[in-house]
Design a protein around this ligand. Sequence first.
Ligand SMILES: *C/C=C(C)/C=C/C=C(C)/C=C/C1=C(C)CCCC1(C)C
Length: 265
Amino acid sequence: MFKSLKNKIHTLSAATLLLGLTANNAAASSSVLKPDDFVGISFWLISMALIASTVFFFLERDRVSAKWKTSLTVSGLVTLVAAVHYFYMRDVWVATGSTPTVFRYIDWLITVPLLMIEFYLILSAITKVPVGVFWRLMIGTLVMLVGGYLGEAGYMAVWPAFIIGMLGWAYILYEIFMGEASRINAQSAPPSVQSAFKTMRMIVTVGWAIYPVGYFFGYLTGSSPETSANALNIIYNLADVLNKIAFGLIIWTVAVSETEAANKK
Ligand SMILES: *C/C=C(C)/C=C/C=C(C)/C=C/C1=C(C)CCCC1(C)C
């Protein structure tokens, strides 16, 4: 009885938080979304999908065994932080038609490290992982994002900044394919976790590759500012659906199947 009460309180507080956030933001927006503003529409759709995902991940926490709960919490935090930023980004885009670079990068600065933590947690659910792995993933992340920001915000020429960002990403890929993180996974994880790790690795390779493609179309093709801004934002937005929502769902799938397998024993 107490347990169900506690769960209800969890649910209620999450729902209230999200509602507050939505209402507050609706009041702040001054412009109206135009029916032919497809980039703006994508900001809208994704902000809603992020909220729904957040509620889903937080509620599903109750269904999985203790060692998976933190992973689902982190997935929910990623989508929550992104949802808030999507509200602001959408407002900037709809009101001014310009790219919301600062909000985008503040969002990434919080959510990409959280996704790296997620990686580390998946491995840690099975075996003891040296913290060095975690810090190396963080360093790669920082180099990648700082490089990208310097280029997009105009502090540095777009090509050199792009190359710095690519080097940071390459370092992350090295760590998860050839470094200590990959060896730990290969040696000690049960098959379901190994396959989850492989899928997550695919996401960091293929899913994350969409971002530099966005940067390329946004800054490096020489097309008009309007065309570039549209391409940049639509590509980044689609990439976020995959890398935040789908990434969380993969972890959720493993967490549920591992929990059910353990319950059957
Ligand atoms: C939720 C947000 C995520 C997963 C954002 C990921 C962002 C990247 C993988 C960005 C990568 C970039 C490069 C590899 C080169 C330089 C430009 C960036 C920052 C767009």
